[in-house]
Write a protein that binds this ligand. Structure first.
Ligand SMILES: [Zn+2]
Length: 173
């Protein structure tokens, strides 16, 4: 369950040293996340920027994508598992939104300042739109995956703290 009180640009206290010493934290489990990561992003914006630049959002050292829109299963450097990502159609929505905002002034300028024939206008706009959307799709997906990871959404959820089986657990039986 994502923590909705945390915004995408809030700095999370991930780098704060926990109460037990670091050696215990590494030994204590938690998988790849408990490894020491000196390059951990300081904010969601930094994580999203790394993802948009095809870098591992966690460490920034390796490529996030194995192919155009296929993320790697895990980072070779920090061992972060990227298989829980569920970007789905959101990167495509973002690409279309940005492309529309970039091309709208161009189209308005072409129509209002130059007498461009309709066939040329269509050819220009369709080519520009297809190229811009294709170029923006991978950065958008990288940023979406990074934000899902930063906000601990879907399979990126932090493991629940282990609680002692006290009287409340016995009562629920
Ligand atoms: Zn990494």
């Amino acid at each position: 369950m994502p923590d909705c009180s945390i915004g995408p640009f809030d700095e999370l206290p991930r780098q704060k040293p926990s109460i037990p010493p670091a050696s215990d934290a590494i030994r204590g489990g938690g998988g790849a996340r408990s490894r020491a990561q000196p390059n951990h992003p300081r904010s969601g914006f930094e994580a999203a920027l790394r993802g948009a630049l095809n870098r591992c959002p966690s460490c920034g050292q390796t490529a996030l994508f194995a192919r155009y829109l296929k993320p790697v299963d895990h980072c070779e450097m920090c061992l972060q598992d990227w298989t829980p990502q569920q970007a789905d159609d959101f990167p495509a929505y973002l690409s279309i939104l940005i492309t529309g905002h970039l091309l709208a002034p161009v189209i308005i300028a072409l129509v209002s300042h130059w007498d461009v024939p309709t066939w040329l206008l269509m050819a220009l706009v369709l080519t520009l739109a297809a190229g811009t959307m294709t170029a923006l799709l991978q950065p958008a997906k990288g940023a979406v995956i990074a934000m899902q990871w930063w906000l601990s959404m879907h399979g990126f959820a932090r493991p629940e703290p282990i609680q002692d089986a006290g009287p409340s657990a016995a009562k629920s039986e």
